[in-house]
Design a protein. Structure first.
Length: 63
């Protein structure tokens, strides 16, 4: 699974790194990034939870 963050949709709320810090972090511009790809299998559930919890649907997960 691969994770990406749509920078145009991201509002920088910080929910994704709070839920899944193994994959997501906040950048200096205040927006999130997916820094760990492919997503480690042991945190796929957390990455999905982060995507589902994103208020702007900025996270895309692809197999």
């Amino acid at each position: 699974m691969f994770a990406t963050v749509d920078k145009d949709a991201c509002i920088g709320c910080g929910a994704c790194p709070d839920i899944c810090p193994e994959v997501f972090r906040m950048e200096d511009d205040g927006l999130a990034e997916a820094y760990k790809n492919p997503v480690p299998s042991e945190v796929e559930a957390s990455a999905k939870e982060a995507a589902e919890g994103c208020p702007t649907d900025a996270i895309l997960l692809e197999d």
